[in-house]
Design a protein around this ligand. Structure first.
Ligand SMILES: Cc1cc2nc3c(=O)[nH]c(=O)nc-3n(C[C@H](O)[C@H](O)[C@H](O)COP(=O)(O)O)c2cc1C
Length: 383
């Protein structure tokens, strides 16, 4: 495979990565258990699921658990969601003062109605000044810790924000920006717009630009780099149930065409290891078993595992139960390319974003909107 289109080594500020690859933050997924599993296969940066700055400042036990890292995880990345410059400053103070991460990513991509209705996530960069104030504050407080921004194209096709936001982020000292090539209105529907990623790369010239959206296998990542010129890729849904994708990505970017083609036995082993790592993460077998259930369909997608076995796994109750169920699968089943490769995870259809009253009337924040923003930053599940 040709290496001519591969980007140079990617650095996130002072952090030199061993591959230009980032595991996308995914709420409910990219906890330390899943990050460790992915890292065992590959290279690059592995970002925690988002936590709200407010919940971090309040030190809610769930948030403190979510930002935790295993000692093998280095560099450590934490993603913050916020709508308020002061709160983000306080949250960054905690991270830096207590040495809780080596990199902070700011979430401006979440399209979940509960979040955008309050002006947060992908709705926020529309208010340029507020966006700039939040990012500037985070960068100032972070000191030597690099800060990045992850965003969508905008609210909808008539209200694109990514070019302005990219430039603002660059100006206030962010070390890299990542673009998911969809608007909030698109949610996860349709195809990610890689042309927009290419435009951002042309527009933001002094820091790395990372592309995100619809990388299902290593070849897609190479294609994105070639088509858009980005400095690195951010991979989300493609690795659900396929942590070895990070091995493929590392191989692809080093010019090798070696790929993981796991037979069912290897899938079983990874699934089992994931469950065990979740027990460590939650500190509770019961909770880990409930959590691993949502991964069943992803791991076994495409493999000839019958409906009864899938249903039983999706109701697994203990590690012993898990071993019993996995023991019934035929480990000798080989890789099944057609069923395994391609899209997985959330898709859905476009929808009109829920926004605060009059949000789109002006890129300036009104007093009423400002009041709304400071009220609620309760724990939320990202996207
Ligand atoms: C289950 C799930 C949870 C997500 N949670 C977050 C999150 O916490 N923070 C964030 O910035 N993006 C989140 N995202 C968006 C992903 O990081 C990524 O931008 C998106 O899935 C597009 O990339 P992909 O096509 O590689 O999946 C989430 C996506 C999914 C599917």
């Amino acid at each position: 495979m040709s290496t001519t289109s591969t980007p140079p080594a990617l650095s996130i500020g002072p952090i030199a990565l061993d591959a230009p690859v980032v595991l996308a933050p995914m709420a409910g997924i990219t906890n330390t258990a899943f990050r460790r599993l992915c890292r065992e296969f590959g290279a690059g940066l592995y970002v925690s699921e988002m936590v709200t700055a407010r919940a971090l400042v309040e030190r809610t036990p769930e948030t403190m658990r979510l930002i935790g890292h295993h000692e093998s995880e280095t560099p450590r990345s934490v993603q913050l969601y916020t709508v308020d410059p002061k709160t983000v400053g306080d949250a960054v103070d905690i991270i830096v003062g207590e040495d809780r991460a080596d990199h902070i990513d700011l979430n401006f991509g979440c399209p979940v109605p509960k979040v955008t209705r309050r002006g947060g996530g992908s709705a926020l960069p529309w208010k340029r000044e507020l966006f700039g104030a939040i990012v500037r504050r985070a960068v100032e407080r972070a000191g030597d810790i690099p800060v990045t921004v992850k965003m969508r194209k905008g609210i909808d096709d008539e209200h694109l924000t990514y070019l302005d936001a990219g430039r603002i982020a660059e100006d206030v000292g962010v070390v890299a920006v990542a673009l998911h090539g969809r608007t909030a209105a698109q949610h996860y529907s349709g195809q990610a717009d890689w042309d927009a990623i290419a435009r951002l790369k042309e527009h933001v010239t002094s820091i790395p630009v990372l592309g995100n959206g619809d990388i299902w296998q290593a070849e897609d990542a190479l294609r994105m780099v070639e088509q858009t010129g980005v400095d690195g890729v951010v991979v989300g849904r493609g690795c659900l149930g396929r942590p070895w994708l990070f091995g493929d990505l590392a191989a692809a970017f080093s010019g090798s065409d070696e790929r993981h083609r796991p037979g069912l036995g290897q899938v079983v082993d990874a699934f089992r290891r994931h469950a065990h790592l979740l027990v460590e993460f939650f500190g509770e077998e019961d909770r880990a078993c409930r959590d691993i259930r949502k991964h069943v369909a992803w791991y076994f997608k495409g493999y000839p595992v019958g409906g009864d076995a899938r249903r039983a796994l999706a109701a697994v109750e203990s590690l012993q139960h898990l071993d019993d169920l996995l023991g019934e699968l035929d480990r000798s089943v080989p890789y099944v390319a057609e069923g395994v490769e391609g899209q997985r995870g959330r898709a859905g259809s476009p929808r009109t974003p829920a926004l605060p009253d009059g949000w789109l009337d002006s890129p300036e924040l009104s007093d009423a909107q400002r009041a709304l923003l400071v009220e609620d930053e309760s724990d939320t599940r990202g996207g």
